[in-house]
Ligand binder design. Sequence first.
Ligand code: FAD
Length: 500
Amino acid sequence: DDGDHVPALVIGSGYGGAVTALRLTRAGIATVVVEMGMAWNTAGPDGRIFCDMLNPDRRSYWLRTRTDQPVGYFLGIDANKPIGRYTGVLDAERFAGIRVYQGRGVGGGSLVNGGIAVLPRRDYFAEILPSVDVTAMYDTYFPRATAALGVNAIDTAWFETADCYRYARVSRDQARASGFATTFLGNVYDFDYMKQEQAGTVTRSALGSEVIYGNNHGKRSLDKTYLAAAAATGRLSITAQHMVTAVAPASLGGYAVTMNQLDTTGATIAVKTVRADRVFFAAGSVGTSKLLVAMRAQGRLPDLPGAVGQGWGNNGNVMVARAQHLWNTTGALQSGMPAMGIDNWADPAGPVFAEIAPFPAGAELWISLYLAITKNPNRAGFAYDSSTGTVGLTWQTAQNQPAVTAAKRVFDKINKAQLTVYRSDLFGGDKVWGDDFTYHPLGGCVLGQATDDYGRLPGYPGLYVMDGSLIPGSTGVNPFVTITALAERNIEKVIATDVG
Ligand code: FAD
């Protein structure tokens, strides 16, 4: 029994999934979105939907009994805390050589991320995805994406005076004084709301140490933008707390999609199957790659190309912190939404685009934190383990050395010019470089390699990939605008030629 029949089923409700859902429903197609995480729309006993970074509770992490913070130590001491096991909003998914942070819930990564909305450099986009018409991307699909995402620009005069961006001004001024260019970053967080937070007239969110475990106010996450617009068509249905485990051709035509209904402890309380004419994989770089690699290995989709599961990268992510002099305070109040970056991408010896990241500890710590995006050429692949039935990732921590080397060129120079030093107490074992985790998983089902030039999976009409797995491991900036715009381009083609 292949269960209920639906015309279109989307696996995952992050950027790729939300774009797909809006465009399909607007085209008149009834669409079901299946999301393993929760619908974060109900307040807990404390009156809030999400917890903050200073007081993480069970809502913070996906099925863990202890937090797993990106910056896991302070003064060399483990800063993580016990929590209740729950289907929380942030997953720190552990593979052999890397932790991959991902959002879990209706809205995917948009629930937990820093909201930074940046277009990739045009020449770099042309380099990574040579089969895509660059003019159409920059004239049509990037503008369409930024408008629908609700990207806004910071009031730069306000930025110069706001207490909550003192940390960014200090880092910017020192970068400039050390010979580097800096740039403001667009964001989907409502900067007018943030101004009111700074003025003390509304409930604080970005200024209340809210980021990575969700924002209770101010953030234009996908549930408030793309998914809300899709719901307004009356043709969207979202099934939360259901994890897709299998997709295979159905005897009656289309595909049988099998899923586990989860309770909040992560236990399976029901197994269901739905038959769909078209299935859109939008479970994120890791989720889509794992599912497709498992389906190929298990013989359910045996003809998937060898490129499925290959070409995965971490967008060259590496985190680092500098210790400031006592007279260079970074501020006890720090906006969780970054607004400024150091742009040294044009340096051929080691391109770096570094976001000036907050350290929203609620106390003066004299720490300047950065998330550097580099052009690390190393890639990895997903592999099925038949003995456990799980999918691993071949990435080794040492593969991130090119990212460290590139970032070191920038921050060594800043430290030398400013007479400052690195913090070595934040990443465990006296490490200076947070080189063993990523916020930006990309690739695994690369456009034009694992799929055709519009995300169609060869050999399986009606199966599509629509998320960050299409991007070959790097986009040179924070990736969600690239993922959104590429999905806009691909779904437009699919609706025009395949559907209806
Ligand atoms: P996702 O957004 O990850 O969505 C995939 C969805 O599929 C998830 O909701 C997941 O739960 C669901 N799913 C997975 N497997 C299954 C399954 N088997 N069945 C059902 N559902 C499934 N990017 C930026 O551009 N700017 C930033 O400021 C920024 N900050 C970040 C900060 C953090 C802490 C993190 C973790 C990420 C950040 N990112 C940022 C990255 C950005 O959020 C991701 O690149 C983006 O969310 C990826 O979009 P996607 O559509 O590929 O997948």
